[in-house]
Unconditional design. Structure first.
Length: 470
């Protein structure tokens, strides 16, 4: 058999190779590292397909509540970036929904990693079962649902659950498995037939592994589809921080870092932007809070401005940060910031307080005005409580319209497992099936009659989206 030998890197005398036959099948890979010798593995990282179920559609035929764009699986690109030496593929089932069987058969992975949000958790389990039926790979699940509710994945078709940031812990696990061991890694739970046990990881910036860039190249074949069709722009993702400085009770972000706020180095952010800048028109900084450290945000802004890439940016900020430091956003506007996603959530101070938002309606309104005066579009997140009355829907709609929120993103208050809200609402939950946890279904009974609630919700979205723009 003819063999093609590929040198990945040469480091201080150590060589790293991938060998593959002429049909493209990787049949023999190995590496030497200063820490010892291990067999490199074929690792497949899987992004689940679009999923989730819709009560308004299933019960009342309301099919207008749709998501508006697709994006790259940065979590998987980022994990792959820190797995140098292994043979890696990313399968994006959102782009290629029927691709699983063919990909597993052709690549024959030894380790499979699946990412999942809450509404994807059941689908991730179905993918894990299918993988097990096709090959002998070990299956690892990680991401936001695994971090908030790891025990959900404590099932036979899953071997390991990665809780929280996974770049460093998944590398330790993969290298350990490749060396033939069954490594105990902090932040990683081995599934078992009894209750799940693991040592939580104390996250630090070492878990960001900034020196290793995300493998953006692994999704090259899907890239044209990562776009916002309504705007006619292609979009790439860059992370500038992990976690958040706040503790809103409905939010699942805290479970990713054990409630720490960790900044990526400015150098790594600039490097990632530069990698994408030639192939996309818009860069979404995907952090939950890109301005959690305003001094760092200011320094990053200066460097982005000097780099002068021909791209625009969208980032998340809190309303109170905008009000405290309008000048910072004026500078970011000059550096290319086109739109800011702000979690306004509510227009009632009582409800904002109950959700521990740490903001007020007055501050939210002021933030919208400041951003508009600067010329930055406002993508506003609002949350409709299942307890809403028709009058409250009207008040919310009036608020959005009067304040010209450019693109309102309205969801329904959902107690995500692992959040403080879940503990507060768990006795009221009537829908446990996670397929419905898309944030567009009420999983507790609504105060309004159900069909009227969903009709009014759909009408709110339609009215507010009529002139949407960013
Ligand atoms: C980009 C994004 C998207 C993109 C792309 C996602 C994709 N994978 O294709 C798009 C636009 C498609 C999207 C869609 C949705 N999204 Co979204 N999205 C995000 C966003 C803004 C960033 C995610 C990201 O890329 N982060 C950067 C990476 C590097 O971090 P990470 O994902 O946390 O990954 C790290 C760890 O979690 C871990 N990890 C992650 N996966 C894995 C896998 C393995 C094997 C391992 C070992 C480790 C690991 O290691 C990574 C590196 O440290 C987050 C908010 C946020 N700031 O996190 C919301 C977020 C994830 N989305 C959310 C939601 C609700 C949705 C939608 C349901 C919205 C809707 N109503 O339509 C849909 C669902 C899509 C579907 N299945 O149908 C929620 C999820 C809440 C939850 N618990 O489920 C979030 C948290 C926002 C929020 N409102 O709270 N989303
Ligand atoms: S909702 Fe936003 S501000 Fe609140 S904890 Fe989550 S990421 Fe932080």
């Amino acid at each position: 058999m003819k063999v093609q030998k590929q040198l990945y890197r040469r480091l201080g005398g150590w060589h790293l190779y991938t060998l593959q036959n002429t049909m493209g099948f990787h049949f023999f890979t190995f590496s030497f590292e200063s820490s010892g010798f291990y067999w490199a593995m074929r690792i497949l990282l899987i992004n689940p397909p679009d999923c989730g179920r819709s009560i308004p559609e299933e019960r009342y035929g309301i099919d207008s509540i749709k998501r508006i764009f697709r994006g790259e699986p940065l979590a998987l690109e980022s994990l792959a970036g820190n797995l140098a030496g292994h043979d890696l593929q990313i399968l994006d089932l959102k782009s290629e929904p029927q691709g699983l069987e063919a990909c597993v058969e052709a690549f024959s992975p030894e380790l499979v990693g699946i990412t999942a949000m809450t509404c994807e958790a059941n689908t991730a389990l179905a993918i894990a079962s299918q993988v097990k039926s096709l090959c002998a790979a070990k299956v690892v699940v990680g991401g936001v649902h695994a971090s908030g509710d790891p025990s959900f994945f404590n099932v036979p078709q899953v071997d390991y659950i990665v809780v929280g940031l996974g770049r460093a812990s998944f590398k330790e696990l993969a290298d350990g498995l490749a060396a033939g061991g069954a490594p105990a890694v902090t932040g990683v739970a081995k599934t078992s037939s009894v209750a799940l046990k693991f040592t939580p990881r104390k996250f630090t910036t070492a878990d960001l592994a900034d020196e290793m860039p995300p493998r953006y190249d692994l999704v090259e074949k899907y890239r044209a589809g990562y776009a916002i069709p309504a705007l006619g722009v292609t979009m790439g993702f860059v992370a500038t921080a992990a976690g958040c400085t706040h503790r809103c009770d409905f939010c699942c972000i805290g479970s990713l870092t054990n409630s720490k706020y960790l900044l990526h180095s400015t150098g790594s952010v600039l490097r990632d932007i530069a990698t994408l800048a030639d192939s996309v028109q818009l860069i979404r900084l995907v952090d939950a809070n890109s301005f959690g450290d305003t001094l760092a945000a200011e320094s990053l802004c200066e460097k982005i401005a000097s780099a002068a890439h021909p791209v625009q940016y969208v980032a998340d900020a809190r309303a109170d940060t905008v009000v405290r430091d309008p000048e910072l956003f004026a500078r970011w506007k000059k550096a290319g910031l086109r739109a800011v996603v702000v979690g306004f959530e509510e227009i009632s101070d009582t409800r904002l307080k109950a959700m521990n938002k740490g903001s007020r309606t007055r501050i939210n309104t002021e933030a919208i005005k400041i951003l508009h005066d600067i010329g930055i579009s406002v993508i506003g997140d609002f949350i409709v409580d299942p307890d809403y009355t028709p009058e409250e829907f009207d008040i919310l709609e009036d608020y959005i319209m009067k304040n010209n929120v450019d693109l309102p993103m309205t969801s329904i208050l959902t107690p995500l497992p692992g959040t403080a809200l879940y503990e507060r609402m768990r006795d009221r939950i009537t829908i446990e099936d996670l397929d419905y946890y898309t944030l567009t279904n009420a999983v507790v009974p609504t105060r309004m009659e159900s069909e009227s609630f969903y009709n009014r919700f759909a009408q709110l979205l339609a009215n507010c989206h009529r002139d949407a723009r960013i």
